[in-house]
Design a protein around this ligand. Structure first.
Ligand code: HEC
Length: 401
């Protein structure tokens, strides 16, 4: 019953997280695109008012005329739209989901004893430490190196280096699936931290100064912009890590941290071309697709690099031998029933009777053979031969005799 309710909580949180994430990333992509699409105002009167750029757009049956005041408008209107709850609610639902899935079930989801054998309490504390440490180091890098000449480049290189280190460390400590997600959640936490600690407070200071008729310090706008640009490059890498947990072949290999880093880097490169595309189109320049091409080639390389080793000849020969259900039942009893029985009902799946095995045949095949997600963290040490046995049984129509 508890597991059942936890599954519901998981589903509802996931739903809310995806929806709020769409709202946040949608707004964020929209404003990045808008900012890069601006052209100098056509009307000199607009220029005199302090407008730096404008964009005409048609959408949903109407025409929109966006104008940007780079520092501040001469007079602030009563009503001002703020974008912040998209970000906060994405973080809140995301953290809750992480807690329900990985922290409440640390011993099966966070810990893989073959990777690192430690207590749930230590693993949980370390996972939370990743969130805090990444924010502290990232924030310090931005503050210290962000101002100088080539500041953006130096910050970018240092942050990338730190992400590589965190990815490596995470994969040495946690179950592969959790390690990938943790790195993404850590970066995503920093994205929300940027909104919460810098972008919104900076905007509040500017608005307060304007309302008081005081001069506006442009540093707040510049800082906000720096963090918002970082967020846009973090987006694709983070979304990749959020999806990665469905694909065992990504995180079960010995060098999984390299796969993680390269996939995130490919995402950031692809995003680079799309960010630059707006500016190129607005100014009539060719779109710099080269970044996206490099990113895509990296993905193609990874498809090759993670290719499963081909079956040895002996195993291939055995492929034709018929399988008896008794053999399958023995494998399931040894390798699966531990977590799928009368008492322990992981993900509402029980596998302790022949009828239940038959009922779940498709899922058993998918989880054990195709995705290799089961047994969880291979806790019960299933062998390749046993996976092959399940494959042959399923492909023969999953007979129960
Ligand atoms: C160490 C515990 C453990 C072992 C052993 C184990 N499982 Fe699981 N299984 C889980 C957990 C935990 C989940 C829920 C995973 C999730 O929520 O992503 C699960 C989920 C599943 C699901 C549902 C997947 C889905 O997303 O709908 C199937 C099917 C499954 N396991 C089959 C198996 C089979 C077959 C074996 C043996 C080859 C096996 N499991 C061994 C813990 C285990």
């Amino acid at each position: 019953m508890d597991a059942y309710l936890l599954d519901w909580l998981n589903l509802l949180l996931r739903w809310a997280h995806v929806v709020t994430g769409i709202a946040w990333i949608g707004a964020s992509f929209y404003f990045v695109g808008l900012d890069n699409s601006l052209t100098p105002p056509a009307d000199p009167k607009d220029k005199a008012k302090g407008i730096g750029g404008e964009l005409w757009a048609v959408h949903g049956g109407g025409f929109y005329h966006q104008q940007k005041y780079p520092v501040s408008p001469p007079k602030l209107p009563e009503h001002l739209h703020w974008s912040m709850w998209e970000s906060y609610s994405t973080w809140l639902t995301g953290f809750a989901l992480f807690a329900v899935l990985y922290l409440f079930n640390a011993s099966s989801f966070l810990i893989d004893k073959s990777v690192f054998d430690w207590s749930p309490a230590a693993a949980i504390a370390t996972a939370l430490g990743f969130f805090v440490a990444f924010w502290v180091v990232y924030d310090a890098i931005c503050r210290v190196f962000g101002r100088g000449k080539n500041g953006d480049l130096v910050v970018g290189a240092l942050v990338f280096g730190f992400i590589v280190f965190a990815s490596w460390l995470s994969c040495q400590l946690f179950a592969g699936r959790a390690a990938f997600l943790l790195v993404g959640a850590m970066i995503a936490t920093t994205m929300s931290g940027n909104v919460f600690f810098w972008i919104i407070p900076g905007q509040r200071k500017v608005v307060a100064a304007l309302r008081a008729g005081a001069p506006v310090d442009p540093i707040h706008g510049q800082r906000g912009k720096q963090r918002s640009v970082h967020n846009t490059y973090f987006t694709l890498p983070v979304i990749f890590t959020m999806l990665s947990n469905h694909y065992g072949f990504l995180y079960t290999g010995p060098h999984n941290w390299i796969v993680l880093v390269l996939l995130m880097l490919a995402g950031a490169l692809i995003r680079t071309s799309f960010v630059m595309r707006h500016k190129a189109l607005a100014t009539g320049q060719p779109v710099p697709w080269r970044y996206a091409v490099i990113g895509t080639l990296m993905l193609a390389g990874l498809v090759g690099a993670t290719l499963p080793a081909s079956q040895p000849v002996a195993a291939a020969a055995a492929t034709s031998a018929p399988v008896s259900f008794a053999e399958v039942q023995k494998v399931v009893a040894e390798r699966c029933a531990l977590c799928h029985n009368e008492q322990v009902v992981s993900k509402n799946v029980q596998l302790h009777t022949p009828e239940l095995i038959a009922k779940h045949a498709q899922a058993v095949f998918q989880q054990t053979v195709v995705l290799k997600l089961m047994p969880m963290n291979n806790a019960t040490q299933i062998t390749d031969a046993e996976r092959a046995l399940i494959k042959r049984w399923f492909e023969a129509g999953a007979p129960t005799r």
